[in-house]
Design a protein around this ligand. Structure first.
Ligand code: PLP
Length: 383
């Protein structure tokens, strides 16, 4: 038995892709329309309909989507944007791309999502936006952030990279902020290889974002292709190339149809962890407030003070047993990119959270045997 379990290796994550995703790009490839075209438009409409937003604007990634959303509202040098440090560094980097200054704020010690009071304290005359994050798939308290935005006249751009399918107070993430941005990286809930999507109800923002993602071109390729007269396009401002391709969008359409089922499978596995892990001394399961559901893009444990092993030793021992883990979410303000620019910033809740958290394997196709191996190994290591 011991020998058998040793051979079982459990990755941190695995995308769920079927024959249907493999065949999906066939039509685009055969038609010759491989870049952004009708499939992207269809995928945008499907994500907008799913989330309840008016518009979807597909991009090459969540990072470029966040940059595009900020740039489309005119944020640039001299402006400040507040975001939590406890997030993947891409959130802050997207702010930096605009030339604006990143102002890091704290997270709530239970949810590990943005602390609205701390964010509000950091508002200055230069603050143009707040970027809350739905970290590892748990919806942030967006009503509190929208309220701050309204009172101070500042924009809210929600980084929902891991949170497609998540709900906040029964409302789908994607329809709750001025703009929301999702990721379709393979590490997230559904994937297009690389890819991202902005959702918004704001017609003007959607129009500007569509232009800026395609070099600032006044007419899209698809519209020119469909036109029965010659159209000479114009370039009135500096744009980017952040176009998703039809090859990616055709995969995304299949993944989106499977999203609710994939979420059900993730939550089923998370529920098993939630039931069985609390019996083990030294680890705490994730806290989910009543207003959220959690996509469990990642399953994050917190090591408590009575944990027998320190985190690196636990991760090493699990790796020897064939189980991949990752440190919990990073503290962006401690990375050179930001210490060079912002100097030393002290965020005690964030620093404690980044030291004491770790991610364990969870994915839709995880077998009961794989999950038992993770749970048994944690129990054996920690008792
Ligand atoms: C993954 C992730 C990103 C980056 O997404 P990409 O699509 O890889 O650019 C940004 N923010 C958060 C919170 C993420 O988890």
């Amino acid at each position: 038995m011991a020998v058998e379990t040793k051979k079982l290796t459990v990755p941190i994550t695995k995308p769920s892709l079927t024959e249907e995703e493999a065949r999906a790009p066939f039509e685009s490839i055969r038609s010759g329309w491989v870049t952004q075209g009708p499939k992207v438009a269809e995928f945008e409409r499907a994500v907008a309909a799913y989330t309840g937003a008016k518009h979807g604007i597909a991009t090459t990634s969540c990072t470029t989507g966040l940059h595009l959303a900020l740039a489309s509202t005119g944020i640039g040098p001299g402006d400040e944007v507040i975001c939590p440090s406890f997030t993947f560094i891409a959130s802050a980097n997207a702010i930096l791309y605009t030339g604006a200054t990143v102002v890091f704020c704290e997270v709530d010690p239970r949810t590990f999502n943005i602390d609205p009071e701390d964010a509000e304290r950091r508002i200055t005359k230069k603050t143009k936006a707040i970027m809350p994050v739905d970290q590892i798939g748990l919806a942030c308290d967006i009503d509190a952030i929208n309220d701050i935005g309204k009172r101070h006249g500042i924009d809210v751009v929600e980084d929902a990279a891991p949170a497609i399918g998540e709900s906040y107070k029964g409302r789908k993430v994607g329809s709750n902020a001025h703009s929301t941005v999702f990721s379709f990286h393979p590490r997230k809930v559904i994937t297009t290889g690389e890819g991202g999507m902005i959702t918004t109800d704001d017609d003007a923002l959607a129009d500007r974002a569509r232009k800026l993602r395609a070099h600032g071109m006044s007419v899209s390729d698809l519209d020119r292709h469909k036109a029965d007269r010659v159209i000479i396009e114009e370039y009135r401002e500096l744009g980017f190339n952040y176009r998703m391709t039809d090859i990616q969008a055709s995969i995304g359409l299949v993944q989106l149809r499977r999203l609710d089922e994939l979420l059900r499978l993730r939550r089923e596995r998370a529920d098993r962890y939630n039931r069985e892990l609390p019996e083990i001394t030294g680890i705490e399961i994730p806290y989910v407030p009543d207003y959220a559901e959690h996509t469990y893009q990642s399953y994050c444990l917190r090591l408590s003070k009575d944990c027998r092993l320190d985190r690196e030793d636990l991760m090493t021992n699990l790796l020897r047993r064939g189980i991949a883990t990752r440190r919990g979410v990073m503290a962006s303000h401690l990375e050179r990119t930001y210490t060079d620019r912002n100097g030393t910033v002290s965020l005690p809740v964030t620093e404690e959270a980044t030291r004491t958290t770790m991610l364990i394997p969870l994915y839709a196709t995880m077998t009961a045997e794989e999950q038992s191996h993770v749970i048994d190994s944690l129990r054996e290591e920690l008792q």
